[in-house]
Design a protein around this ligand. Structure first.
Ligand code: GP9
Ligand code: MN
Length: 413
């Protein structure tokens, strides 16, 4: 029955933080353009390889955007699909498998579905086979109006590399789709070129690889640089098409690209040993939110992908107080400084908890576990509650009727 959901609802609503009044509704009726950057970790921002910038475009773009420097991915085995799940639902993915495959038949109350009540057209754009990650099925469940997949792109041998269509071509053709969509829209674009094993054609190599005996790490940098170039061209096209000033642009990394297996080389590159503490810090991915007419700012609040849904909805002026979600608005003044990764590791203002050890964030040194204790319980509770929702399909008890009433501003029980 719905009693389990009631307990969970009490928990999440008790943790609800009011949005910043200055930000709530600031982007009402604007388009949302979400860009998922494949395998892009935050350490590449403002970083050089062989004396050359890895992300010259993003390094400039963050100056005119909100740039979140302590933003973590929270994905598990479902990789890109897990990040999509987090962003649209503000629920945790599963500890094993991909919820896109295992629970596509559930009822969710994802942001695309909610945004319909506010007149939005919702779409996902990704030049891959539509059934990859079960997206064609799951997107219907999440309430997407349209999935622009492989069949909607002109893909040739020349404009492909590695996993498929090159990012520059993908963005170029995506602009046409964006132009055709009813406005306002909520559109998610998923890049692909910076995918392991980071293959690139000679002509697209804008910087030299890193030099070490580790091919994966070496080739990561030129492909990140390539996607940075693709983003630069895309933003210019948005300006040319008159879409730029009507759109909030949100760029985020989906998950790590360099796994723990490469910690030795990463340590050489960064000039420090990659301890379990540093390993967690490497799970930071870029988050850049560009709001037309607003000045840039670097924000250091501790946050994760789970926080994007309330943030986006609040920017659009949509209340989420009654929603079942585990994230908090990134602009909320009194948000808790904490984020929880899917493996139970977490990060607070002063501590990192990883592999059952509590670390001091300033020194990176292990300290007594009691400092992390209050959050250990919270971490366990949240993952259990989120899992319960998914395994028990509990949001079916938060039925359509409640959802509509809630988003008409009527109260629900
Ligand atoms: C595939 C792309 C990459 O469509 O999203 O998937 P990943 O392997 O990163 O989950
Ligand atoms: Mn991915």
């Amino acid at each position: 029955d719905g009693s389990e959901l009631a307990e969970i609802a009490n928990y999440v609503r008790a943790g609800f933080k009011e949005p910043d009044k200055k930000m709530f509704g600031i982007a009402k009726n604007k388009n949302i353009i979400l860009i998922s950057m494949e395998s892009t970790q935050n350490f590449v921002i403002n970083q050089k390889v062989n004396g050359q910038e890895i992300t010259p475009f993003l390094n400039e773009f963050i100056k005119e955007s909100f740039y979140f420097e302590n933003f973590y991915h929270q994905t598990g085995q479902g990789k890109t699909s897990d990040s999509e799940f987090l962003v649209d639902n503000s629920l945790y993915p599963l500890s094993r498998g991909a919820v896109f495959f295992t629970h596509a038949g559930n009822q969710f109350k994802a942001s695309p579905e909610i945004l319909h009540y506010y007149g939005y057209f919702t779409a996902s754009l990704h030049a891959n086979n539509k059934s990859f990650w079960n997206r064609d099925i799951m997107y219907k469940t999440l309430g997407y109006d349209r999935y622009y997949s492989l069949a909607d792109y002109h893909v040739t041998e020349k404009n492909s590399v590695g996993w498929g269509m090159k990012d520059i071509d993908f963005f170029q053709q995506s602009v046409r789709h964006l132009n055709e969509m009813p406005k306002p829209f909520y559109a998610k674009l998923i890049t692909l070129t910076n995918h392991f094993p980071f293959e690139l054609d000679e002509e697209d190599q804008l910087i030299e690889p890193y030099t070490s005996n580790n091919k994966t790490v070496n080739h990561y940098f030129p492909t990140v640089r390539y996607t940075d170039e693709a983003l630069k061209l895309f933003i210019q096209q948005l300006k040319d098409q008159g879409l730029y000033n009507d759109s909030v642009i949100i760029i985020y990394g989906d998950h790590y690209g360099i796994s723990e297996n490469h910690n030795k080389t990463m340590g050489e590159f960064l000039g420090k040993e990659i301890t379990p503490f540093e390993s967690i810090q490497l799970q930071r991915v870029p988050l850049i939110i560009h709001i037309p007419g607003m000045k840039g700012q670097t924000v250091s609040t501790v946050a994760g992908q789970i926080d994007l849904r309330p943030t986006i909805l609040h920017l659009l002026g949509v209340e989420t107080k009654a929603d079942i979600q585990f994230g908090t608005d990134l602009f909320s003044k009194d948000r808790l400084q904490w984020t929880l990764l899917r493996d139970g590791s977490f990060i607070t203002q002063d501590h990192v908890f990883a592999k059952d050890v509590c670390y001091d964030k300033t020194t990176g040194e292990p300290i007594e576990k009691r400092f992390c204790m209050p959050y250990i319980k919270k971490a366990k509770t949240e993952l259990e509650y989120s899992d319960k929702i998914i395994y028990g399909d509990l949001l079916r008890f938060y039925n359509k009727h409640d959802l509509v009433r809630n988003h008409r501003g009527e109260s629900i029980d």
